[in-house]
Design a protein around this ligand. Structure first.
Ligand code: SF4
Length: 262
């Protein structure tokens, strides 16, 4: 007879199964999606939470249906674990999101956040709010929970967050820059290029080096060598040799990932 799972391990199993559905969704979505390798040649730098405090989480993250289902499950099943981190989650952690007064999609809920006190050069056009999973020190509660459960730090985190600033929502795997940031409107100056890790950094390294862990993790899920694919398009830039085995412990397990631009 099978041993009965404890309540905690059962919930953890349920969470893992739910997030396995997201990986299946990513495999289907990105199996043949082209990658803009040249966008990974821009000089960039990874942010430091002590400096940026997870500013890219100010508006939460837009979610597709599999992500919404998974986030709703984990928020309900692990409410007490989030409370122990200091996150008093609202009943509805996923809500309608609006851009210019028009319904844009479903997204994580936000709460007021004194962002300008936390980040002195916080962009004027960003609201002083944060995702309901955002901890005061800038970490993501979903990532903290994954670490506590002993699973991959990004296992519970929405893909747009752990991939950020890499974008997969325009039908191409790429990083938008100052010339094509898609979130620029008359009254909004842009999103990705106004975050620390989305800006061009003259002293930085090529994005393929900076975000190699993200490309490798996505590649492991979808069964592609995205570093090699991007590198092949980057004439004159250093080509990173792909690692043969999947990496399950990123070198930056406390790094955050950002919200999805409106
Ligand atoms: S990383 Fe994503 S889910 Fe986590 S706090 Fe930021 S926006 Fe929210």
């Amino acid at each position: 007879m099978l041993a009965r799972k404890s309540a905690v391990s059962w919930r953890t199993w349920q969470n893992r199964m739910t997030f396995a559905a997201i990986e299946a969704h990513l495999r289907q979505k990105c199996a043949t999606m082209p990658i803009d390798g040249r966008s990974f040649g821009r000089r960039m730098a990874r942010c430091a939470l002590a400096d940026c405090r997870g500013m890219c989480c100010y508006d939460g993250v837009y979610l597709d249906a599999p992500h919404e289902a998974a986030i709703a499950v984990i928020a309900q099943a692990r409410r007490s674990a989030f409370a122990a981190m200091g996150l008093d989650l609202p009943d509805a952690v996923v809500v309608d999101g609006f851009v210019g007064g028009v319904l844009f999609g479903r997204k994580t809920a936000t709460r007021p956040w004194a962002a300008k006190e936390a980040v002195p050069d916080f962009p004027e056009h960003f609201n002083q709010t944060s995702c309901v999973f955002h901890l005061d020190d800038g970490r993501c509660g979903l990532q903290v929970l994954a670490l506590r459960d002993g699973v991959h730090p990004w296992a519970y985190k929405p893909a747009p967050c752990w991939l950020f600033p890499i974008n997969i929502h325009s039908g191409v795997i790429r990083i938008f820059d100052e010339t094509n940031d898609p979130s620029r409107y008359e009254a909004y100056k842009g999103f990705v290029t106004h975050t620390r890790c989305g800006q061009t950094c003259a002293e930085g390294k090529s994005a393929i080096e900076v975000f190699a862990d993200e490309l490798r993790y996505l590649g492991d899920i979808v069964g592609r060598d995205l570093i090699a694919e991007a590198g092949a398009q980057m004439e004159g830039l250093p080509h990173l040799a792909p690692r043969p085995a999947p990496q399950h412990t990123p070198a930056h397990p406390t790094d955050n990932g950002g919200g999805n631009p409106p």
